[in-house]
Design a protein around this ligand. Structure first.
Ligand code: NAD
Length: 350
């Protein structure tokens, strides 16, 4: 299959593209604007692979997006390109509205024109819109999101993703575009840009720097390994019912403090000379509007698609630490260049 993947130089996109090409043998075009969050090094293993090409383009640039569809003639689209960091959305929401909302509309319009011109491939064409559980807002203790949960986004990031979900469904209803939507929980694993909780803590621990935990550290997230997510996206693309939404989660709800403590325990085993790493934990001012709990009930995806998350959180977390220890060439230029670990998103939106 020829699959157009947007945002394929990012964290989840690169795991997905590697899986699609290397494990499944698909032909992939990665369309990516190479923003600060991209790391094209992540796709280095495909540098000489004729099944992969990189198209450097902005999803808001309608002409460039049309040209990509015309040149590649995709049989499916997996749309991941987005501004993805909540803290940055608090400081500068404009980029989130532009890419996540306007960019998604440009992608949907281009996909629609492409779809209408398809011949034999029309029946199997799909547009998979990749989204987040954050669109559902904050849960009370012990509750879980399902596909029937009410939208209640509370940050500029989640509001922009919620808007993009609505656009995707509107293009399905109004224009008959065969759309699928996924909403996934927090991902972790290799090639994760070190502004997010887990890779930031790993690099700080490695350098003996403080491990900043927001607020009381008891905000809960449902952690899924990025490779489980990538397999879930493929399962939805292959076997999901058109027009449906599927929630993907790792069945691993942990509070932030427990995650950081698990990382410290992994570091104590891997780097005993720095133990106990938990001495580096520092509580800092909370994120404005910090949602208390996200947790996914992935029963629908499990029952309908035969997919389930396979990784055990604490084991895969230690594997992730090992990956960062072994892949300094991947993160060192980022850490010394475009993001050095400073606190983001304390300001209210301007
Ligand atoms: P990321 O920030 O690591 O990567 C985003 C990628 O999109 C980058 O390569 C970037 O260059 C590209 N991009 C950004 N703006 C673009 C534009 N205007 N045009 C073209 N490309 C652009 O993000 P991620 O964590 O890999 O997330 C991927 C998708 O999955 C996003 O849609 C996000 O909302 C969703 N998601 C993420 C998580 C998570 O835990 N990271 C969880 C659920 C859903």
């Amino acid at each position: 299959m020829r699959i157009l993947v947007t945002g394929g130089c990012g964290f989840i996109g690169s795991a997905l593209v590697l899986h699609l090409v290397q494990d499944l043998g698909h032909e992939v075009a990665t369309l990516d604007a190479l923003t600060y969050a991209a790391n094209p090094v992540s796709l280095q293993p495909l540098a000489d692979d004729p099944r992969h090409r990189l198209i450097e383009a902005d999803i808001c640039d309608a002409e460039a997006v049309e040209a990509a569809f015309a040149a590649f003639q995709p049989q499916a689209v997996m749309h991941l390109a987005a501004e993805s960091h909540v803290d940055r959305s608090i400081t500068g929401p404009g980029a989130f509205i532009r890419t996540n909302v306007v960019g998604t509309q440009v992608m949907l319009d281009a996909a629609r024109r492409h779809y209408e011109g398809l011949g034999a491939d029309k029946a199997s064409f799909r547009f998979l819109h990749v989204s987040t559980d954050e669109v559902y807002g904050s849960l009370p203790p012990d509750a879980f999101f399902t596909e029937a949960s009410r939208y209640d986004p509370r940050s500029p990031y989640s509001a922009s993703k919620a808007a993009s979900d609505h656009l995707a469904r509107a293009w399905a209803e109004t224009y008959g575009l065969p759309v699928l939507v996924t909403n996934c929980s927090n991902n972790y694993g290799p090639r994760h840009f070190p502004e997010k909780l887990i890779p930031l803590m790993i690099l700080n621990a490695l350098e003996g720097k403080p491990l900043p935990v927001y607020g009381d550290g008891l905000n809960e997230r449902d952690w899924i390994h990025v490779e489980d997510h990538a397999r879930g996206l493929v399962a939805v693309l292959e076997r999901g019912r058109i027009g449906e939404t599927y929630l993907l989660g790792g069945r691993a709800v942990r509070n932030n403090l427990a995650v950081v403590e698990a990382l410290c325990a992994a570091f104590d085993r891997l780097r005993p000379e720095g133990a106990p790493h938990a001495r580096l934990i520092t509580f800092v001012a909370d994120r404005p509007g910090h949602d208390r709990r996200y947790a996914i009930d992935p029963s629908k995806a499990e029952a309908e698609l035969g997919w389930r998350p396979t990784k055990v959180f604490e084991e895969a977390l230690e594997e992730t630490v090992r990956w960062y220890l072994a892949n300094e060439a991947w993160w060192r230029p980022i850490r010394e260049g475009r993001y050095t670990g400073e606190r983001l998103g304390l300001q209210k939106a301007s």
